[in-house]
Ligand binder design. Structure first.
Ligand code: ATP
Ligand code: MG
Length: 332
């Protein structure tokens, strides 16, 4: 069965290993057999960066370069820019009337982001309603499946509520419900071990990180604080190096053996860190090279983004037309 897929990222900084295991890796597979659109969510990026638009604008082409570097192929995947798709903003305006403020305030991801960012009364209205604009993005492309990290599950729930409400009001199936595609690592912890790896928290290894940065990041990772001597039994649970080995080492049998050895005692932290560093260096080295090559030709990145955006514009306008018709607002 062929899925219709929509995913995206905010151009708020370089993509990182969390994105790679949480969704990029899957996207590269999915584009082989499914209809996939990837959205550079610059409007959403502005919702908590309204005073710093330059941060968003300078990261747009970097994000496209990150996509291409990991193997998202513009012939197979439509890569498009949210702010250049007016139908998405229009759909958001219609959907906003179907959601209560109380419901938006209950969204657990938004709630924890509001706390983290310490907005209190200065909370931008656009930030509170960004899940509604995500619903516009997802439904505009008729997405049936959305590959995301687990922080995005409340957004998909909100989307489906809007879809059901809208279809109920107009009395027919105009909008499509979606379901998440969670990867097996749906939340990679950050280097600080506090919560998920995230651009805003500065606890990342970016896809463009150089070999030295990768080395330093791995060497400074927490292991088991109680594992002072090599021969002591060590703990695997909550041990960041093993969490990362689970996510990045392709040899699962080897990781299982190492875990058993670590638990018994006799396996040093340096050994597992070296293995992790090898895995990460060999993953990131070709990505870094391709990323640098793409970034050297901004004209080409722009051309790719423009082409994808033109395609996405047609699809999203069609959905907007159907929504307006269902509401009886298709006067012209
Ligand atoms: P920001 O801090 O600006 O919100 P971010 O690092 O959270 O940035 P987003 O652009 O918000 O990144 O997220 C894009 C996608 O990547 C989402 O589907 C999200 O679930 C996924 N993702 C982000 N961080 C991780 C992570 N640490 N582990 C797994 N998936 C992740
Ligand atoms: Mg985020």
């Amino acid at each position: 069965m062929s899925y219709t897929i929509l995913t995206g990222d905010r151009p708020t900084g370089s993509l990182h290993l969390g994105h790679y295991v949480g969704s990029l890796r899957q996207r590269v597979e999915l584009q082989q057999h499914h209809q996939q659109t990837v959205l550079v969510a610059d409007l959403q990026g502005l919702t908590d960066n309204g005073n710093n638009p330059q941060k968003i604008s300078t990261n747009v082409l970097n994000l496209v370069a990150d996509y291409l570097a990991v193997g998202i192929c513009p012939q197979k995947t439509t890569i498009c820019l949210q702010s250049a798709l007016p139908a998405l903003a229009e759909l958001t305006m219609y959907y906003l009337n179907l959601v209560s403020v109380a419901r938006l305030e209950r969204n657990p991801t938004v709630k924890s982001e509001i706390m983290e960012k310490d907005f209190s009364r200065s909370l931008p209205a656009g930030f509170l309603v960004y899940p509604v604009s995500q619903a516009a993005d997802i439904t505009a492309f008729g997405a049936t499946h959305v590959p995301v990290g687990d922080d995005q599950l409340p957004m998909l729930e909100q989307t489906n509520e809007i879809v059901r409400r809208f279809n109920h009001i107009v009395g027919r199936q105009v909008l499509t419900e979606c379901q998440p595609l969670l990867s097996n690592v749906s939340r990679l912890p950050g280097l600080d071990g506090q919560g998920k790896m995230s651009k805003s928290r500065g606890n990342t290894i970016t896809l463009g990180a150089d070999a030295d940065q990768v080395h330093k990041a791995v060497m400074s990772m927490f292991t088991d604080p109680g594992h002072l001597n090599i021969n002591d039994p060590g703990q695997v649970e909550g041990n960041m190096v093993f969490t990362y080995l689970d996510a990045f080492c392709e040899d699962a049998a080897l990781v299982a053996d190492l875990k058993a050895h670590y638990r018994r005692g006799g396996l040093g932290d340096m050994k597992i860190k070296r293995l992790l560093e090898d895995c990460l260096q060999s993953l990131l080295e070709p990505i870094r090279t391709r990323r640098t090559q793409y970034l050297a030709d901004k004209g080409e990145l722009l051309r790719i983004l423009r082409q994808g955006t033109q395609r996405a514009d047609q699809v999203s306008r069609q959905t907007l037309g159907q929504v307006k018709a269902a509401l009886g607002l298709d006067f012209f």
